[in-house]
Design a protein around this ligand. Sequence first.
Ligand code: HEM
Length: 417
Amino acid sequence: MSDQATVPTATHPPASPEFPEFPTARRCPFAEPAGYPELRAQGPLSQVTLYNGRRVWIVTGYDEGRRVLADHGSFSSVRADPRFPATAPRFEAARAVRNFIGMDPPGHTTQRRMLTASFTVRRINDFRPRIQQIVDTLLDGLLRRGTSADLVPDFALPVPSTVICDLLGVPYDDHAFFEAQARRIVHGDSSQQDSADAFTRIRLYLEELIRTKRTKRGDGLLDELITEHVDQGELDTRTLAEISLLLLVAGHETTANAIALGVLTLLERPDVLRRVRAEPAAVADVVEELLRHLSIADGAARFATRDVEIAGQPVREGDGVIVAIAAMNRDSAVFGEPDAFDPRRSARRHVAFGYGIHQCLGQNLARAEMEIALTSLFRRIPDLRLAVGVDELELRHPAGLHGVVALPVEWETGSAA
Ligand code: HEM
């Protein structure tokens, strides 16, 4: 496979009412993607048309989706394989990147195993005071600067970006560079060329950082991985750069959107906000329901490696399958009144972090960041309010992570930590 995988040529007629296009935009920040109710009405499995004309299966049912994600023997995540369905041009560029999100066992197992100990609940709990410190410093800056802000660049993005730098041992001074590259990688409207170029730049940056660390060690996860695996000859610099690229990009872009949309949701729901203020422990349930309701990372892609059945339908070897996480999280058989944001429900069965062997490695970190960011923000700025109407907020491109482009807010009073 060359570094520049080619976009497969269209082999099917364009999208039609029967095989609508995927992905589609959301009508408002709190809605699931347009067309999901219609797909669901066709049953747990239906078909959609991708940007390049390829027709693939889409799973909207909760049980069926979990079955697909759990069955890595029949459904592959290997992005380098031309059968892997790219849901946007930028995914064609991801085919050339070799890290475990785009691999099956045994390669996936080997890489993931090197990292699991660093992301356990216990390790992340130990890290909470540092996350709190990062959040407090950002809020100090926000309050010093005035009584209005765009919470995306001023809070929601720098929280996870600083945290993942700290955890990995990547200098935060370089954040403008890698955040810009990450945007070109994950944002829905990036071209294949743009995304490929951003992958290369960030990889070369990380390779250089690894070489520097090999002579002068620091105390981040990258430094540990160098000592434990690179120095032992088990892992080469390029592979470690590609693994850390995944952690760096997934570690800040996802959570940044979750924090911004979380703030927005709570601003729209003063009753929930009052509860979070009165009983801070309630924030854990609020975060789970936010994850379910917002489903910011939708559409996990796979392809069938053999003839199988999903919901009684034959699926052929080589067929593309999209697991619609946002639809599964609103399956009424599992979540009553699924469109309602209700933190009193038990949302913990949601699949916002995926399911099976690829289930999000950073989920404990993401939860800790969301909990600390949301409680601290509303404690320090109790009269925070949106500076524009919700319907004026621009949503991110549907082929990327769900989020708002900007979140203008204002307030009159803020307090010290
Ligand atoms: C709210 C925030 C987040 C959401 C909604 C989210 C969502 C997801 C989802 C749905 C997957 C599964 C993809 C698949 O099955 O193909 C995934 C995988 C992954 N996530 Fe997250 N994520 C979040 C935060 C993070 C953070 C903070 C990190 C930091 C390390 C991270 C690192 C990863 C990695 C490394 C994988 C690949 C796991 C594997 O393939 O074994 N994520 N994430």
